[in-house]
Design a protein around this ligand. Structure first.
Ligand code: TA6
Length: 295
C-alpha cells in the first residue's frame, strides 16, 4: 500500500502523521529505518516496509476501508476470542475504533501505542471491563505487542491472535520451517494430525500448529528474502491460505490475492469462549509477534 499517496489530516511529529483512506484514519510512520501504517479502525497494522525492501505485510487490493468490515490483510487483532467459537468471528477488537495513546521516536525507530477499552458496543457482546494496548515498535524489525488488562471485578477468559498476513512473491514457491509437526486441521473437522516441519503449499491450508518452534521462517525465493516470525505469549501458531476457491468466496479479496500472501499467526487457541487463558481482576497478559528479515 502506498502510504505516501494518502491525504494527510494532521502532522503529529517529524515521523508520525494521521492520514486517511475512505473513512479510516491511519497512523502513518515514515522513518529512515522503515515506513508503517496502523489503522485506528481495528488497531490494525496495514503496512511495514523496511527502507531497503518491499512490504513484509500483505494487504488485499479489495480491502474495504469504509468501517463496515474488518480490513482484509495486515495484522488483524483477533480478541477476546479466536475463530468462530463466538460471534462475531475472531472477536470484536478488529472492528472497534481504537484511540492513539502515545507515539515516541528516536534514531532507532518509532513506537506507536493504540488503546481500546470496554464501551457499550463491546459490553453488549462480551460483558466484561478490559483495557487493551497495542504497542507497535517500528525499526528494522516490527514488534507488535497486544497487552491486555482485566479491569473487571470478575475473572475472564480469552483466546485470540495477531493474525499476520505476510507478503510473499509467489505462494507456490515459498516454504516454511518451524511450524512444528503437530497440528489441528480446521479443514478436517479439527482432526489432530502429525506432519513434516517443512511445508510448501499447493492448496488451501487452515491449521493450528500446537508446538511451533521459537522462530518460524518463511523462505521466499522470488522476493529473495526470508521473513522470520518470533511469537511470545501464544500457545500455538496458525497457518492459513484460502487458495483460489477461498479467495473467490471473499468479497474483499481478488481472485489472485491468495498467490502473494500467507498468514502465520501468533495465536492463543481455545476450543470455546469459556476456555483459554484466565485473567484475574487486575492481571495483565501480553501476546506478541516480531517480524524480521534475513537474505
Ligand atoms: O486464522 C485462520 C482463520 O480462522 C480461517 O479459518 C479463515 O477463515 C481466516 O481466519 C479468516 O477469517 P475472517 O473472519 O477474517 O474471514
Amino acid at each position: 500500500m502506498d502510504l505516501h499517496a494518502l491525504p494527510t489530516l494532521t502532522n503529529l511529529s517529524h515521523c508520525v502523521s494521521i492520514v486517511e483512506r475512505e473513512n479510516t484514519k491511519i497512523v502513518r510512520v515514515i522513518h529512515d529505518k522503515a515506513t508503517a501504517g496502523i489503522s485506528l479502525y481495528g488497531g490494525h497494522v496495514i503496512s511495514f516496509q523496511p527502507s531497503d525492501q518491499t512490504d513484509l505485510i500483505w494487504m488485499s487490493d479489495a480491502a474495504k476501508f469504509d468501517g463496515t468490515t474488518a480490513l482484509r490483510g495486515g495484522i488483524p487483532v483477533c480478541w477476546p476470542w479466536f475463530a468462530r467459537i463466538g460471534s462475531p468471528s475472531h472477536g470484536f477488537a478488529r472492528t472497534q475504533e481504537w484511540t492513539l495513546v502515545e507515539h515516541r521516536e528516536s534514531e532507532a525507530g518509532v513506537v506507536v501505542t493504540l488503546g481500546l477499552t470496554a464501551n457499550p458496543e463491546t459490553l453488549a457482546i462480551w460483558p466484561y471491563q478490559f483495557s487493551l494496548r497495542l504497542h507497535v515498535a517500528i525499526s528494522d524489525t516490527l514488534e507488535v505487542t497486544l497487552e491486555m488488562t482485566n479491569e473487571d471485578e470478575r475473572a475472564w477468559h480469552f483466546s485470540g491472535a495477531l493474525h499476520t498476513y505476510l507478503h510473499v512473491g509467489d505462494i507456490r514457491q515459498a516454504t516454511t520451517t518451524g511450524m512444528g509437526n503437530e497440528y489441528i486441521d480446521s479443514l478436517q473437522n479439527n482432526l489432530m494430525c502429525q506432519g513434516g516441519d517443512e511445508l510448501q503449499l499447493t492448496d488451501t491450508i487452515d491449521r493450528v500448529y500446537t508446538k511451533p518452534a521459537p522462530l518460524i521462517h518463511l523462505h521466499d525465493p522470488v522476493l529473495k528474502r526470508t521473513i522470520q516470525v518470533e511469537n511470545k505469549g501464544h500457545n500455538s501458531a496458525v497457518l492459513w491460505n484460502p487458495w483460489l476457491q477461498g479467495a473467490q468466496s471473499m468479497a474483499d479479496m481478488t481472485d489472485e490475492g491468495y498467490q502473494t500472501m500467507l498468514c502465520i499467526e501468533s495465536t492463543v487457541h481455545a476450543p470455546c469462549i469459556s476456555a483459554g487463558i484466565t485473567l484475574q481482576p487486575g492481571e495483565q497478559y501480553q501476546l506478541k509477534t516480531t517480524l524480521s528479515t534475513a537474505h
